[in-house]
Design a binder for this molecule. Structure first.
Ligand code: ZN
Length: 165
């Protein structure tokens, strides 16, 4: 998010010079700086044996599948978002949630915290906002994600890890 107006008082922002950071949008009434900020989200690769959970959500990619993802709520830990989003979108419970590092989607102002998790319990059943939810062989997953560059990077991390064990 790049700020032009103060999100507190609504006035047009000026600028303040902040050393190495350069000129930063500034509200003199609230005495607040508004640095450009990405929106924090999670993305999780859920694994069950040699399969991975993929969703179809055409509003994101017309011809590619996606991993479970979602926005981190206010006063919510990123790990709790991971459990919550998987449960909301697919009705399954997960365990062994492990951080895979951060990534971003170019031009979308999203900071993506990426995770690996394993299936724990429940029957796969998609929510209304998901068109399709299915288990796909991990070795075939990249073929389903031609347009989804960030998804490909997460899958590659998962594949690298599995070679380690
Ligand atoms: Zn203000």
């Amino acid at each position: 998010m790049k700020f032009k107006f103060c999100p507190i008082c609504g006035r047009k922002l000026g600028e303040m010079f902040c050393g190495d950071e350069g000129r930063i949008p500034y509200c003199e009434y609230d005495n607040e700086l508004f640095f450009d900020t990405p929106k924090p989200c999670i993305m999780v690769a859920v694994i069950k044996d040699d399969e991975i959970l993929l969703l179809k959500q055409s509003y994101i990619y017309k011809d590619s599948k996606v991993l479970v993802s979602g926005y981190i709520g206010i006063d919510e830990k990123a790990e709790d978002t991971v459990y919550r989003e998987v449960l909301e979108e697919t009705s399954i419970e997960i365990q062994n949630v492990e951080f895979l590092g951060t990534d971003y989607i170019e031009g979308k102002e999203l900071l993506m915290l990426t995770y690996l998790a394993s299936y724990k319990a429940g029957v796969l059943s998609k929510s209304k906002e998901v068109e399709e939810a299915s288990w796909v062989k991990i070795s075939d997953a990249l073929e389903h994600m031609k347009e989804n560059l960030i998804g490909q990077r997460v899958i590659k991390k998962v594949l690298d890890r599995r070679k380690m064990y």
